[in-house]
Ligand binder design. Structure first.
Ligand SMILES: Cc1cc2nc3c(=O)[nH]c(=O)nc-3n(C[C@H](O)[C@H](O)[C@H](O)COP(=O)(O)O)c2cc1C
Length: 239
């Protein structure tokens, strides 16, 4: 198949589009939308954001050396775009977008209360790369919206309707295709494998598939239980 060569550029997609909040002491807090953001180290937990020097937020970041990364959701999508096309020089983005500054645990800059995850960061290094300055930062605290904790206290982040950004457009996350390590998981049920090669075309089909899948799983479990109880009965009758 023929391939078309593009001039080298940024084509690593999808990426998160996050709302980064920052604040100079005594001033109004500000939010800048950042797509050039990433996780760069697990331990210590570190992230990076790249910001152009002409952004209003850039000077704040340089001065305070701290910021909060706020994950964005479908409900926050419009605000995410707005904070990426308007400057804090001219307006108060929290006010304009009816967002609530939340008090951070370890830094002075507030988070965004409406965001499911606030990641508080302290800048450790600034790299002047070219068009953008990269702020390398250590994660010093993380707070999550308790609405996404299930009965057993597990954080259900994927229920938060997170948003992703790809080639100039925002998207809701699609259907789940598997989980970490599923490609080599031997315990994976046969039906899960068959689902992998079968792509439902719409939401209704996906729901039907999912319910069929759950039924198959339940049936398999019933069979297993039946086998186990028959075995136990046989053991007992031997005694
Ligand atoms: C989806 C999206 C992603 C963006 N990503 C970045 C980025 O990674 N770095 C950056 O400097 N600007 C980025 N911008 C542009 C800034 O968010 C924008 O210039 C904003 O108005 C700056 O706000 P401020 O002047 O209040 O700091 C992005 C904008 C959008 C809409």
């Amino acid at each position: 198949m023929a391939r078309v060569e593009f001039k080298p550029g940024n084509m690593l997609y999808p990426v998160p589009a996050v709302m980064v909040s920052c604040m100079r002491p005594g001033e109004k807090p500000n939010i800048i939308t950042v797509a050039w953001a990433g996780t760069v180290c697990s331990d210590p937990a570190m992230v990076s954001i790249s910001v152009r020097p002409n952004r209003y937020s850039h000077a704040i970041l340089m001065e305070t050396k701290e910021f909060v990364i706020n994950l964005t959701t479908e409900a926050l999508c419009r605000a995410t775009d707005f904070c990426g096309v308007r400057s804090g020089r001219d307006i108060d983005k929290y006010k304009e977008m009816h967002l609530t500054p939340s008090v951070s645990k370890k830094i002075a800059a507030p988070g965004i209360a409406e965001s499911p995850v606030n990641i508080e960061c302290k800048v450790t290094k600034v790299e002047h790369l070219g068009t953008h300055d990269m702020f390398l930062a250590e994660v010093v605290a993380v707070t999550v919206d308790e609405a996404y904790l299930n009965e057993s206290g597990r954080f259900e982040l994927n229920q938060a309707k997170l948003v992703t950004y790809s080639h100039g457009e925002y998207f809701a996350l699609g259907k789940k295709l598997g989980k970490f390590g599923y490609s080599v998981d031997k315990r994976m049920h046969h039906t899960e494998k068959s689902m992998e090669n079968h792509h439902p075309t719409d939401e209704t089909t996906a729901k039907k598939e999912s319910s069929r899948h759950s039924k198959a799983k339940a049936q398999a479990k019933r069979k297993q239980n039946h086998k186990r109880s028959t075995k136990n009965l046989k053991k007992k009758s031997k005694k």
